[in-house]
Design a protein around this ligand. Structure first.
Ligand SMILES: [Zn+2]
Ligand SMILES: [Zn+2]
Length: 344
């Protein structure tokens, strides 16, 4: 089968790879109908996340179940399904606490040996471990592009606000309007936020946030602190979401949050990062951080999508053929696209 593999930093290519075979009782094999190219694929593409040459990339996918082990009971051959970007065993200490994102044997699709050695989904077929927990049927009436977001990007946007305890009527600032930030804007509104303020430098992204109902604020042309103060009786927002993963964004988030407010550090951090602890301490901020619990959230996210309360489909700015995936990566790296969907 054809698959998009990592070769070297800046180089991915379509290769012929063996079709996957079932190895455990609760494995399934999915024929991929659509896969997303994501910001975390870009970390691999740029060599920041080490992956062996020849490893198949991709962790966001929708497809049809081709084959399933005897222990797969929640989906069946022929079902159209979507996947979470990582697997969870369902049985360990963390899974029993529903902290599936910290599963002791978690594996991430398409991220190489360090994250479970699980081949990715930018391919014609993909092996899905623990299919009962990893897969969900695509609800009737939900489009493929929307379903593609449920197990990763919308799950992460949802986590950014839900895990930080958003309650109805609260004000939210979202810093960084990539796909996750835009999904956080939608999720905040779906969960009943009052004012949602969206900050970025890219005009198209600000326009999309406005289309989703947020108040757009340009990071440099406007004065975010002044704009946020004006919108919140001078107090700052109840919740500030850093959807960038950059120390400057995290610092600004701390400054935009109100006294005793919350900051959600949703963008990826793997290294030391300074925040002004005086600001955090004096304001009494609570910082929520880490990877999203997408397995824990996927049913709620799908319900919100099915009811029309969130709809990420406008974030898909390009559809391309799997064979053109190298060009899709290059376009993504040039920041020419928000979300590319690959179709075999
Ligand atoms: Zn992703
Ligand atoms: Zn587990």
């Amino acid at each position: 089968m054809r698959a998009l593999t990592f070769q070297a930093p800046g180089k991915v290519q379509i290769e012929d790879r063996p079709e996957p075979t079932l190895s455990a009782d609760d494995d399934a094999i999915v024929r991929v109908e659509a896969s997303g190219v994501c910001g975390s694929d870009l970390h691999i593409y740029h060599g920041r996340v080490p992956v062996d040459p020849g490893f198949t990339l991709g962790h966001e996918f929708v497809g049809t179940v081709l084959d399933a082990g005897a222990g797969v009971t929640d989906v069946a051959v022929g079902d159209r399904v979507l996947a979470c970007f990582l697997t969870a065993c369902g049985r360990c200490f963390f899974c029993r606490k529903r902290d599936f994102h910290k599963c002791e044997s978690s594996r991430v699709f398409g991220h190489g040996k360090a994250l479970g050695n699980l081949q990715g989904a930018q391919a014609e077929q993909v092996l899905v471990p623990h299919a009962n927990l990893t897969l969900r049927r695509v609800p009737a009436g939900l489009g493929i592009d929307a379903a593609l977001f449920a197990g990763d990007v919308m799950g992460t946007g949802f986590h950014a606000v839900q895990s930080a305890g958003l309650t109805p009527g609260e004000s939210v600032a979202v810093l960084g309007l990539g796909p996750v930030g835009l999904c956080a804007v939608q999720a905040a509104q779906a969960l009943g936020a009052g004012n949602v303020l969206a900050i970025d430098t890219v005009a198209d992204r600000l326009a999309m946030a406005a289309r989703f109902g947020a108040t757009p604020i340009h990071l440099t042309d406007d004065d975010p602190k002044k704009a946020i103060r004006a919108a919140t009786h001078g107090r700052g927002v109840d919740l500030a979401v850093d959807a960038v993963g950059d120390p400057k964004a995290l610092d600004l988030a701390c400054r935009l949050a109100r006294n005793a407010g919350r900051v959600s550090a949703t963008g990826v951090y793997t290294e030391r990062c300074e925040v002004h602890m005086g600001v955090v301490w004096i304001k009494g901020l609570t910082i929520h951080a880490g990877q999203a619990n997408v397995v824990g959230h996927v049913d709620a996210v799908l319900a919100l999508m099915t009811a029309g309360h969130v709809d990420p489909t406008p974030i898909v700015t390009k559809h391309m053929k799997l064979d053109d995936a190298p060009e899709a990566y290059a376009a993504y790296a040039r920041r020419e696209v928000l979300k590319v969907v690959l179709e075999p």
